[in-house]
Design a protein around this ligand. Structure first.
Ligand SMILES: Nc1ncnc2c1ncn2[C@@H]1O[C@H](COP(=O)(O)OP(=O)(O)O)[C@@H](O)[C@H]1O
Ligand SMILES: [Mg+2]
Length: 633
């Protein structure tokens, strides 16, 4: 029988056989039996090969396994990436950074995140310095800031010794820049050229007529590549003098931004006399009230950070190899930042401003440019020179006509229109206006019976510039005296080195807050006991006093512990621990393996991400044990 398809159950089968025996008799035999049809027994084989929908079960299982493997690999990969993040030890509280808004400049992303980083435009009125090695991305980050300033209707003047800034007038078509757009949330439609003009200056005393050139939302690029480096000081003094003479109205918001690229060239060690700096210092002290910001771009920072730094509130440090600058970063901000900066990629740099992130520095990856990073062709540059010369000639002739008491209303208006068209890069229109103006002026001169005089380049007398430098020098002395009186004789030296002066040693009194506070800040920077001790010794502390201080710190810590939020403390403690491990490494003792510095940061990250207080407590305890065991206290 074939029982396929018969329902499960108990069956009885009966048989009845009729046959003829040998004897020839007809006989009957009957029999019956019962049996059960039961479900097939379940074996691994039947399950694995059972078909569910299109595939056999084993095929599904194999696919699941593969998926699991992939997920695990991705997870491992992410973990690896997290651990090898360059900037993971840097504490950034995103709530304490400038937020998007009407006066916020979008300059890039917080390094290794997708969080947008902004600079408050008004903070540019307390001046900015961008420092770093050649090729680290100083000019590009300055150009990001300038693009944003222009987009917010600020007038910009750039003093450009390299010619790199001329691309500002054309949209970005550079493939390697455009490729970065999506990562920074930008689209091809963001690429744009800015409105403005380019001038070539050859004489450092040339009158720049900034007053008529400055216009909100427009950029004036003053190319100074032809100025003899020895005369750069004079040029800078000249520009600052002209800004002082502009009679700008007072303003609380940023109205004008002056950019000096490659400003280290003014330093004596790069061939300058230092006079230019004295003027810049004066500018940084006084320009603010007019809403004028100064943006300095330099290869080195520590060399002129003393008096100037006291008046510059935003510091951007790109990757650097300058020992002085590295030392300064270490002194001022600690090891974590130092290491991040040494490793920083091109275009990523540290930013520090007292109002951002509680004054703690953090890293920004600066965004690609909207304008063209390529300089204009010589042909285009020559066009700008030609038109600027023609327009200056026309202006000079109009002035002569005015002196002859002629009516110049029409020609003045046309001249203004021609200038505007040039700023917009509309060369054909400029040509038309110039042709018209030349004809009109010719007939006006003929009518007045006069011939126009040739224009000479207007120069500021050398004595005037020197007198100005002398004034700046005097003011600097006065200012220096004032600061020294206020803060002590090492004030500028310390500012330069980035050293924070610890409070003078005193017999410990009941409330010794300032000293403990000082200690706390040094710890947050990741300084080890030895480093702090050295600092204190340098400032007249005695061994015994220092020991007492550390003890006191320990006691205070114990007191505070229960009330502290373990999550808040965790990252700080990890930073301090890692810094100590690094310090030991320098002394030749590598604790990396023993302490398992590979998983520890990962665990901390996890605890922070999941806000797991219990885990945080455990990790803090673990760190306590590690510190005790390896004598890192
Ligand atoms: N934020 C950035 N995005 C993309 N490329 C950058 C960035 N910063 C720098 N670069 C690249 O590095 C090069 C050098 O940068 P630049 O700003 O001219 O350096 P510096 O002024 O420090 O000498 C640029 O031409 C550009 O190719
Ligand atoms: Mg540069």
């Amino acid at each position: 029988f074939n029982l396929t398809g018969v329902p499960l159950g108990e069956y009885t089968i009966k048989s009845k056989v009729k046959y003829t025996s040998r004897e020839g008799e007809l006989r009957f035999v009957t029999d019956q039996d019962s049996f059960k049809i039961t479900p097939e027994p379940i074996t691994l084989g039947t399950v694995l090969f059972a078909k569910v929908w299109l595939f056999a079960v084993w095929q599904y299982l194999a696919a699941l396994l593969l998926l699991g493997l992939l997920v695990a690999a991705a997870h491992k990969g992410k973990e690896y990436w997290e651990l090898h993040k360059k900037y993971q030890h840097i504490i950034v509280d995103h709530r304490l950074l400038p937020q998007p808004g009407e006066r916020s400049a979008y300059v890039g992303l917080i390094a290794e995140t997708h969080i947008r980083a902004f600079i408050n435009l008004e903070s540019l009125t307390t001046h900015t310095i961008i420092a770093g090695a050649t090729g680290g991305g100083k000019t590009i980050s300055a150009q990001d800031i300038v693009e944003e300033a222009l987009d917010h209707n600020v007038a910009v003047v750039v003093f450009d010794p390299t010619g790199q800034w001329s691309g500002f007038l054309r949209p970005c078509t550079d493939k390697s820049m455009l490729k970065l757009y999506p990562h920074f949330g930008m689209s091809i439609h963001d690429a744009k050229g800015y409105k403005g003009n380019i001038f070539h200056i050859e004489n450092p005393r040339e009158y720049l007529d900034l007053q008529s050139r400055i216009k909100p939302g427009f950029i004036n690029i003053i190319n100074i590549s032809k100025i003899d480096p020895k005369e750069l000081d004079i040029f800078v003094a000249n520009t600052i003098r002209q800004i002082f003479k502009m009679n700008l109205p007072e303003s609380k918001t940023l109205k004008t931004l002056f950019v000096y690229d490659e400003v280290h060239r003014l330093l004596p060690k790069f061939g300058g006399s230092g006079a230019g700096f004295i003027q810049i210092e004066r500018a940084c002290r006084e320009f603010r009230k007019w809403g004028v910001g100064v943006l300095l771009v330099s290869q080195v920072l520590s060399d002129f950070v003393g008096e100037i730094k006291a008046n510059i509130n935003t510091e951007i440090q790109m990757r650097t190899k300058s020992e002085g600058d590295l030392e300064r970063v270490k002194n001022k901000y600690g090891d974590a930042i130092l290491h991040a900066l040494i490793k920083a990629s091109v275009g990523t740099g540290m930013i520090q401003n007292a109002e951002y992130n509680k004054g703690r520095p953090y890293l920004i990856s600066f965004r690609p440019l909207k304008h063209s990073p390529q300089r204009l062709s010589d042909k285009e540059l020559n066009l700008y020179s030609k038109y600027n010369n023609q327009l200056a000639d026309i202006e000079y002739q109009i002035q002569q006509l005015k002196d002859l008491k002629q009516d110049t209303f029409d020609v003045e208006l046309e001249l203004k229109l021609a200038k505007d068209k040039l700023m917009e890069g509309k060369f054909t229109m400029v040509d038309i206006y110039i042709d018209g103006l030349v004809t009109k002026l010719k007939s006006q001169f003929a009518a007045a019976g006069a011939t126009p005089k040739q224009r000479q380049i207007k120069l500021i007398p050398q004595e005037e510039i020197e007198a100005d430098i002398a004034i700046a020098q005097k003011e600097r002395e006065r200012y220096t005296q004032e600061m020294i009186k206020k803060h002590g004789k090492d004030y500028f030296e310390n500012k330069k080195k980035g050293i924070e002066k610890p409070p003078a040693p005193k017999e410990p009194k009941k409330s010794e807050d300032p000293v403990l506070h000082f200690l706390e800040r040094q710890r947050a920077k990741g300084l080890t006991d030895d480093q702090i001790k050295k600092k204190l010794l340098e400032h007249g502390w005695k061994e015994k006093q220092i020991e007492k201080l550390f003890k006191k710190e320990e006691q205070e810590k114990k007191k505070e512990k229960p009330s502290k939020d373990p999550l808040a403390e965790l990252q700080l403690r990890l930073n301090a621990l890692m810094a100590k491990v690094e310090a030991k490494k320098k002394e030749g003792k590598d604790l990396t393996l023993e302490i398992d510095t590979v998983t520890l940061p990962g665990d901390v990250k996890l605890a922070l991400a999941s806000k797991d207080k219990q885990k945080a407590q455990q990790l803090l305890k673990k760190m306590d044990e590690i510190e005790q065991k390896h004598n890192l206290r």
